[in-house]
Design a binder for this molecule. Structure first.
Ligand code: PMP
Length: 456
């Protein structure tokens, strides 16, 4: 221990391989150690408070220290602390949660499969799609589409679906049978003068051309986040989903709504699918399902998909997929309590009450000299930093401006997330107006402080 030192920071550097971290920079920079949380704030080990403008990683919807969730976990721990649902076993928390999710689904859904993370839920969706098409006797219909800048996880299959270079580079990904459609980001990808609607039409036409080039008999499904999160918070243009869904239907391509960020009120409707007008065949969710207090995720499937899987299982036997902790009873109990709190406290109505202030203050920052675009919906948004507002020219190198603003907001007692040069905001759903105003005041101070650093 003596060579390493006793501080938490030095032991962190000695022992943790950090996820999603610049490993080389971490060896000198070290960690910010967060010790506790209360409401919409977290506190580091020196006692400094931060407004958590990202709800941890887009998940702590109810804020920190929600005693009812603590109690729900403790109670379940005492009753049945762990059990599985393989081989015809089951338990009440899992059953109750499945029933509740089917009741809440944005379109009629038949069954719920439980996993522990967004990645596992999406990975399961990929496997279900393949299983389904084998069941239907069309083994060639297996290709899956996702989108450039889409984010669906980091397992081998879901990292392949993710359309971000760092998730592929040096990991030998993507795997075969996965390809990416264009990103529906009007600000970056529309042609000069192209309206949102014309842009949406062009993207739908391109999607059709892509499906035809692949061979429609080989294309099984398309994964879409209703609002793209980790790719920089992209709200697709008006009519986009209407138009791409017509294309998918035409070629019998399933739509998977990845609601891992959007689910449970984030965009101002209970599901992002409702905000964006999507009718998915499969829906995946996680994160805010348990307010991020315990790892749990879910995959909901349509009756057609479920029935085909049952028929296949009748032929071949056991459906050979499942996780030890699928429907973990403690995680399920916490998720059920989270859903009960959403209802009892009218969390969705609260989001609708405060979202106009959030969006107004976000969009006011579009006038800031460093900001090219302010975008978002509900209680999610992003600012894209640019070197030149008129030409939309990014800073060079890409990512530095994001890192500078990220550092300055942290100094200012606010946690945001830089994705390249887009600064994302996704505060706890329960945030009040005073804290929202403080969040934006701190962000504005950080942006002002970044001007001399980036332009100096
Ligand atoms: N899908 C989306 C839309 C996500 O935002 C994320 C995580 N940020 C995932 C999937 C993967 O979830 P996890 O990190 O829990 O595996």
């Amino acid at each position: 221990m003596s060579a390493i030192g006793n501080s938490a920071a030095s032991r962190d550097k000695a022992f943790i391989l950090h996820p999603y971290t610049n490993l080389h920079a971490h060896e000198t920079q070290g960690p910010l150690i967060i010790e506790r949380g209360e409401g919409v704030r977290v506190f580091d080990d020196s006692g400094k408070a931060y407004i958590e403008g990202m709800a941890s990683l887009w998940c702590v919807s109810l804020g920190w220290g929600e005693e009812r969730l603590v109690q729900a976990a403790a109670k379940q721990m005492r009753t049945l602390s762990s059990y599985h649902i393989f081989g015809h076993k089951s338990h009440e928390p899992g059953i109750d949660l499945a029933e509740k999710l089917i009741e809440l689904a944005p379109v009629p859904m038949s069954k719920v499969f439980f996993a522990n993370s967004g990645s596992e839920a999406n990975d399961t969706a990929v496997k279900l799609i393949w299983y389904y098409n084998n069941a239907l006797g069309r083994p060639e219909k297996k290709k899956i589409l996702a989108r450039v800048r889409g984010y669906h996880g980091v397992t081998v299959a879901t990292a392949s679906l993710t359309g971000l270079p760092n998730n592929h580079r040096d990991f030998d990904l993507p795997i075969a049978r996965i390809s990416h459609a264009d990103c529906p980001h009007h600000y970056r990808n529309a042609q000069p003068g192209e309206s949102e609607e014309a842009f949406a039409t062009r993207l739908a036409d391109q999607l059709e051309a892509q499906i035809l080039a692949e061979g429609p008999e080989t294309v099984a499904a398309m994964f879409c986040e209703p609002v793209m999160g980790a790719g920089g918070v992209v709200v697709p243009p008006a009519t986009y989903y209407e138009k791409i869904q017509a294309v998918l239907k035409k070629y019998d391509v399933l739509l998977v709504a990845d609601e891992v960020i959007c689910g449970f009120g984030r965009t101002g409707h209970f599901w992002g699918s409702q905000t964006m007008g999507m009718q998915p065949d499969i829906l995946t969710c996680a994160k805010q399902l348990s307010s991020g207090y315990l790892p749990i995720s879910a995959v909901m499937v349509s009756d057609a998909i479920y029935r085909a899987c049952v028929d296949e299982s009748k032929k071949i036997g056991t459906f050979g997929h499942g996780y030890t902790y699928s429907a973990h009873p403690v995680a399920a109990a916490v998720a059920l309590e989270t859903l009960a709190i959403y209802e009892e406290r009218g969390v969705l109505n609260h989001v609708r009450d405060v979202a106009p202030l959030f969006q107004r203050r976000l969009r006011a920052l579009a006038d800031h000299p460093l900001v090219g675009e302010a975008r978002g919906v509900g209680l999610i948004g992003a600012l894209e930093l640019v070197a030149d507002k008129t030409s939309k020219t990014p800073f060079d190198p890409v990512g530095r401006a994001g890192a500078v603003v990220n550092g300055l907001t942290q100094d200012n007692g606010l946690i945001v997330r830089a994705m390249g040069d887009s600064i994302a905001l996704c505060p706890p759903l329960v945030i009040g107006e005073a804290d929202l105003n403080e969040l934006f005041d701190r962000l504005t101070t950080a942006l002002d402080a970044a001007i001399p650093v980036l332009r100096g």
